[in-house]
Design a protein around this ligand. Structure first.
Ligand SMILES: Nc1ncnc2c1ncn2[C@@H]1O[C@H](COP(=O)(O)OP(=O)(O)O)[C@@H](O)[C@H]1O
Ligand SMILES: [Mg+2]
Length: 229
């Protein structure tokens, strides 16, 4: 479904992504792992079209989307939940959920979003900034689902969130993937969560995709070399 090849990216003079290749097959939950600063967030932003790339291809259903603006990629079916959530704290929950609908003809927030996250219904008129970290994360995921994506890019959804909400969010991610068939590319550093949620992995090291395989092939050597601090 998503096939990246030879992708390079620079921040000014710093060469961050180096010839990255990555495949995400339809229906899978693919976990992108690696220590801090290795380029995981940069890669997701490049896929979403939020950062320009310096060569390489990003194919979605076979079409190279690497020069399309982010909005167009969203329309094609790519959803994105940024690291740190980036919700609008001055807007209400409902207004946050309507942001992706701007400029589209009369569409409403799908009932499914509230069904997945009942708390968003209960708090629809509260400001985003009044929500707890976990509720904001649920809002960020809900917002990404408003346009009914085919693939969801999730950047460390459990970072800095209380354990009880981590469990809820994990259950939703698994449900979306396993019951609703949503393809997922998940950036996750916590091994137990990655193992329970994803069926395959890729590991980033200094801007390169250095290893990939089925989750069961993530062995102690890979964990020691690339994941433990
Ligand atoms: N806006 C930026 N300007 C310059 N360098 C950046 C910027 N954002 C990230 N970087 C650098 O790019 C590298 C990869 O960062 P990032 O993609 O955020 O890594 P990860 O998500 O794996 O922690 C890091 O060395 C980081 O310092
Ligand atoms: Mg990151």
């Amino acid at each position: 479904m998503l096939r990246i090849a030879g992708l390079n990216q620079y921040y000014g003079g710093s060469h961050i992504l180096r010839d990255v290749g990555l495949h995400v097959e339809e229906g899978r939950c693919n976990c992108l792992m690696g220590r801090n600063g290795m380029g995981k967030t940069t890669l997701l932003k490049c896929i979403m079209g939020l950062l320009p790339v310096a060569g390489g291809t990003i194919r979605f259903h076979g079409e190279d989307i690497s020069t399309l603006p982010a909005q167009q990629r969203a329309r094609l079916g790519i959803g994105y939940v940024p690291q740190g959530r980036e919700i609008f704290s001055q807007l209400t929950v409902e207004e946050n959920l309507r942001v992706p609908l701007a400029g589209r003809r009369a569409r409403s927030i799908p009932a499914r979003v509230y069904e997945l996250f009942p708390v968003l219904k209960a708090m629809a008129r509260r400001r985003g900034g009044d929500l707890s970290g976990g509720q904001q994360q649920q809002l960020a995921i809900g917002r990404a689902l408003v346009l009914d994506p085919e693939i969801l890019l999730l950047d460390e959804p459990n970072e800095g969130i209380q354990p009880n909400i981590v469990r809820e969010i994990s259950a939703v991610i698994r449900r979306l993937n396993r019951e609703e068939g949503l393809t997922i590319l998940l950036v996750e550093q916590k091994l137990p969560f990655a193992r329970a949620t994803a069926d395959c992995f890729n590991i980033m090291n200094n801007g390169r995709n250095v290893a990939h395989g089925a989750m069961g092939e993530l062995d102690d050597t890979l964990i020691r070399d690339h994941l433990t601090v």
